[in-house]
Design a protein around this ligand. Structure first.
Ligand code: KG4
Ligand code: ZN
Length: 335
């Protein structure tokens, strides 16, 4: 009998529920929280309230899209961390109560592992990576290079020392008037811009770690200077600013990823996280396919979603890695 698992994700500002049958996704419902747009970033208290409002309709929708009833579920997987504590608690409390009332196992999932392991969701027979692989987690909260020995043995070998790569997109985008999250808009505008028009500095950071806070200051100063000299600077240079910013971010990222390949000798690379939707990053690494085995997630699995949580649920279910009601949510949770 195939295994059916409900996955629940509520670590930040997306409330999501998905049903997986073995490694095939039957449904993946995501409720975005528009409420944060006008604040330029996620407001934690508003996020947890929106999760409370969304969680029951989202779970019901996922069951109905998959055409299954609650009592057909074999287990419930939920995001234990990392994330905003108030948001995590909504998903975990819901998952715990439902598993108790249905009398089925509960499976806790690390959100960052899930961003990488969503690669293993069945997708029309598409090729999957072998182990070991380098997981490159690029999102609004994290920037990590992870050496993945097997599904559950993951070794963090590089991370950001300050801002995440997603923050670099979002905060710079805010400077030129974009709503949160600005990443997709920067990506779009970049396509019509000249990436050599502005030069931003590449930080010197030891080993495989990253830094993006200097770029943010660099970008803001460039925009302030330009706007002081010419009132319509942002308007006229918007596409060029975006293209130059994106190309600098790609340079910072690629230098470290290629270094990680050199140091570890591992050339299988699996990207994960919201920023892995970026077209510039995809183009850059896809052009290196002769030397590297590069895998990007399907666009719908890049930003936060419960399909990835359900996938890890399935992998853990097979190994009977169940959790219990006592395990508390973790705002900080190592990969
Ligand atoms: O993984 P995610 O949904 O949430 C976290 O766990 O953080 O990532 C959200 C981040 C935001 O910073 C957003 O601007 C960025 O992903 N993002 C993009 C693109 N699509 C989403 N950044 C650059 N280009 C994109 N196309
Ligand atoms: Zn995420």
């Amino acid at each position: 009998m195939p295994i059916k698992i409900l996955g629940i994700e509520s670590s930040c500002d997306e409330t999501s529920a998905a049903i997986i049958e073995d490694n095939k996704i039957l449904s993946n419902v995501i409720a975005n929280q528009e409420v944060h747009k006008k604040y330029g970033g996620v407001v934690p208290e508003l996020a947890s309230r929106a999760h409370q409002k969304n969680i029951i309709p989202v779970v019901n929708q996922a069951l109905s899209d998959a055409n299954i009833a609650k009592n057909q579920l074999d287990a419930i997987a939920y995001t234990r961390g990392p994330g905003l504590l108030g948001s995590l608690l909504v998903g975990s409390s819901f998952a715990k109560s439902l598993s108790m009332s249905l009398g089925i196992p509960l499976i806790e999932v690390n959100h960052m592992q899930a961003h990488l392991l969503c690669h293993f969701i069945e997708d029309n027979g598409k090729e999957k990576t072998n182990f070991p692989f380098l997981g490159v987690n690029i999102s609004g909260g994290h920037t990590q290079i992870v050496l993945c020995h097997n599904y559950f043995k993951m070794e963090l070998i590089g991370e950001t020392l300050d801002d995440s790569i997603g923050e670099a997109f979002d905060k710079c985008g805010k400077v030129i008037g974009f709503d949160y999250p600005a990443g997709p808009q920067v990506d779009k505008k970049s396509k019509d811009g000249d990436c050599k028009r502005f030069k931003f500095s590449i930080p010197k950071v030891e080993g495989l770690n990253f830094s993006f806070s200097g770029l943010k200051t660099n970008f803001r100063k460039c925009v302030e200077k330009g706007s002081n000299e010419y009132k319509k600077f942002i308007e006229t240079e918007c596409n060029n600013l975006c293209a130059s910013l994106q190309s600098t971010i790609i340079q910072i990222l690629s230098e470290k990823v290629l270094n990680a390949v050199k140091i570890t000798g591992v050339n299988n690379i699996v990207f994960g996280g919201g920023v892995s939707a970026n077209s510039g990053i995809r183009n850059y690494f896809n052009e290196k396919k002769e030397k590297l085995n590069v895998f990007f997630p399907k666009i719908e699995y890049t930003t936060d979603n419960a399909a990835m949580i359900a996938m890890v649920g399935y992998l853990k279910f097979k190994e009977k890695k169940f959790s219990n009601l006592k395990q508390s949510s973790k705002a900080k949770y190592k990969i």
